[in-house]
Design a protein around this ligand. Structure first.
Ligand code: ADP
Ligand code: MG
Length: 622
């Protein structure tokens, strides 16, 4: 094209496209849901803007917030159009080619090992999936702030952008035209498209129409125009009962003047039901529906079901509906840059209108692994996002969401037969809960770190979170156990909860600090994750029991009658020892009853860092 400007794709994007073009991935269907999801995002954006400025919607067809799919069998073109926000020339250049999203290289890497393209949407590069089925793609777009532009690429490392003086004006929005590859002809089949929209785009909150063919029977004149005129004339008199009968008699004698033919006409056929799932009564939503809804929210279309969900309505001063999910797996970047970003997976709606999926005020950071949405009736609609962010009812919403989220997680544990130490109950449970067996261990392996971060960050819910904590101990036999179960096994007279920190269970099992405790049959918790050291600075007690690091000063194992005597007889030795070691090396030298076979150990002071913490800090400053 004469007015086209040419651009090179950013290197990672180019690599990604190469992989997609050459992929043997069999599930090519996914491109459609990616395009529809982009269309839906674009519609959400313009609807959001229209809340504060009605003018942005324009008039006529432009006000219809819809998605339109059209097939051109002859030219093998599938086009998907939306009346969303559209893209300016600059948007087209940036969004579709020159600025790589942070997920691009992560996805390329994943692609090369697994070849599974299903998660493409999660990595923020869903658009490029069009090259699974097309070898040439045109994107026509009109944004309110710019002229209509055309983006096009044959995925040969470059794309072109030009002012669109060839196509009909869109009014506003975007049309994606896919010139289908030879082997992708099935996407020109209406039936196939209807099925795909049903399957993948069930939860899109805008109407999706297909320009669908319809066979209609039509009566047409048998010979010429004259007879139809006559027919029209006779019809107009047919309201008079008698004359109609007469007419019919008349007609029976003559040869028919009209004949029936079937004709193909086209019309916009609505493919989806736009009733939002969260507005329905939870009792009427099936497990399967929740599962599918989760997949569409998470852009994760694997076969794994979410581990748990919670669908509820909050009433009172602040009214909202919410659906929360625990995903089956942690997202790839969950703990990457945890302290720098606050990427929430919760969508905020206000009275059915999508507001944002980047609202940090709804959940605390440590619950960012949850997926879901909140639809509030209390928040005002016609204010900016910034003003919403400061609205007082957000605090109440957040509080309730946390409570519900923690209940939902606790329920995973409650329903997991592995979580019970009581044998009888285990048998009873295992019948109906087969699918739930081992679920909490699975949860813990994926998201346990989030619970620990929660204990550190959320003082108000510390006790509730501590209930969710799992760990191994000297007695747990390689399995996970909880604080409640630890407490139930405490020896009579045992006041503190004992724990030890280190790099691995194997290393800790050999620790001299455990000798005496093990001999005396005390249970000791192993904390082997670096975050555990921080955790234990915040978790001081649980159910009125204090935590005692067994490698620190202050360990009390009950009085021994010989203690005093020993202390007395070794008084001179301890004195000498302390003076022999420089005073900035040790604080004190004491007789202790904590050891069994080892003659002496170095213990850290109650308020100082443990040896393990020293090690962690050292590795961080290096
Ligand atoms: P994501 O949707 O995760 O951002 P995509 O690769 O699917 O990633 O899309 C890239 C970007 O292109 C989008 O973020 C959006 O800015 C833009 N885009 C794609 N399709 C449309 C559309 N139909 N209307 C407006 N913008 C779009
Ligand atoms: Mg997308």
């Amino acid at each position: 094209r004469s007015n086209a400007e040419k651009f090179e794709f950013q290197a990672e994007v180019s690599r990604l496209m190469d992989i997609i073009i050459n992929s043997l991935y069999s599930n090519k269907d996914i491109f459609l849901r990616e395009i529809i999801s982009n269309a839906s995002d674009a519609l959400d954006k313009i609807r959001f803007l229209s809340l504060t400025d009605k003018e942005v919607l324009g008039e006529g067809d432009n006000t219809k917030l819809e998605i339109l799919i059209k097939l051109d069998k002859e030219n093998k073109i599938l086009s998907i159009r939306d009346r969303g926000i559209g893209m300016t020339k600059e948007d087209l250049i940036k969004n579709l080619g020159t600025i790589a999203k942070s997920g691009t290289s992560a996805f390329v890497e994943k692609m090369q090992t697994s070849g599974d393209l299903n998660l493409i949407g999660q990595f923020g590069v869903g658009f490029y999936s069009v090259y699974l089925v097309a070898d040439y793609v045109e994107v026509i777009s009109k944004h309110n702030d710019d002229k209509q532009y055309l983006w096009e690429s044959k995925a040969d490392g470059s794309f072109a952008v030009s002012e669109d003086v060839w196509n009909e004006p869109l009014g506003r929005g975007t049309e994606i035209r896919l010139h289908l590859r030879e082997e992708a002809g099935e996407y020109l089949d209406e039936y196939k498209l209807k099925e795909l929209v049903k399957k993948y785009s069930e939860f899109i909150n805008f109407p999706i129409y297909l320009w669908a063919s319809k066979e209609v029977e039509k009566e047409v004149p048998a010979d010429d125009d004259e007879s139809s005129d006559e027919e029209a004339a006779s019809e107009s008199t047919s309201s008079e009962g008698d004359s109609e009968e007469e007419k019919e008699d008349e007609e029976a004698e003559e040869k028919p003047k009209t004949k029936k033919i079937t004709e193909t006409t086209y019309e916009w056929e609505l493919l989806n039901d736009v009733k939002a799932i969260w507005l329905r009564n939870p009792k009427e939503v099936t497990e399967e529906e929740y599962s599918k809804f989760y997949h569409s929210l998470a852009k994760d279309f694997g076969d794994e079901k979410p581990m748990a969900w919670s669908h509820f309505t909050a009433e009172g001063d602040v009214e909202f509906k919410a659906v929360l999910f625990v995903p089956p797996k942690a997202p790839h970047d969950l703990y990457e840059s945890y302290y720098n970003s606050n990427k929430s997976n919760l969508k905020l709606y206000v009275r059915r209108v999508f507001i944002s999926d980047e609202f940090d005020e709804l959940l605390p950071k440590y619950l960012n692994f949850l997926m879901g949405l909140v639809d509030s009736d209390t928040l005002p609609l016609n204010v900016s996002r910034e003003m919403l962010q400061q609205h007082s009812s957000l605090k109440t919403i957040k509080k309730k969401l946390i409570r519900k989220a923690l209940d939902m997680i606790r329920k995973i544990a409650d329903e997991d037969p592995d979580e019970s130490d009581d044998k009888d109950q285990e048998v009873e449970n295992s019948e109906g809960n087969d699918g739930k067996k081992g679920q909490y261990t699975k949860f813990w392996n994926e998201f346990g770190k989030s619970i620990k971060l929660g204990i550190i960050e959320d003082a108000a819910n510390r006790n509730r979170l501590a209930k969710l904590l799992r760990f191994e101990t000297t007695k747990s036999d390689g399995k996970l156990t909880s604080l409640d179960r630890y407490i139930s096994r405490m020896k009579p007279g045992q006041k503190d909860i004992f724990y030890i920190t280190g790099t691995s269970k194997e290393q800790l099992e050999k620790s001299p600090f455990l000798e005496r405790l093990t001999k005396k049959n005390y249970e000791v918790i192993f904390f082997t994750d670096p975050v555990d050291e921080y955790l234990m600075q915040y978790l001081m007690d649980y159910e009125d029991k204090k935590f005692q690091n067994v490698s620190k000063e202050g360990l009390k194992l009950g009085k021994d009658s010989k203690d005093k005597e020993l202390k007395e007889s070794f008084k001179e030795l301890t004195k000498w020892w302390k003076s022999a070691l420089a005073s900035d090396n040790v604080d004190d030298v004491k007789i202790s009853n904590r050891l069994a076979d080892t003659p002496c150990v170095v213990v850290t002071s109650k308020y100082g860092w443990s040896a393990n913490m020293e090690r962690i800090m050292k590795s961080q400053t290096l």
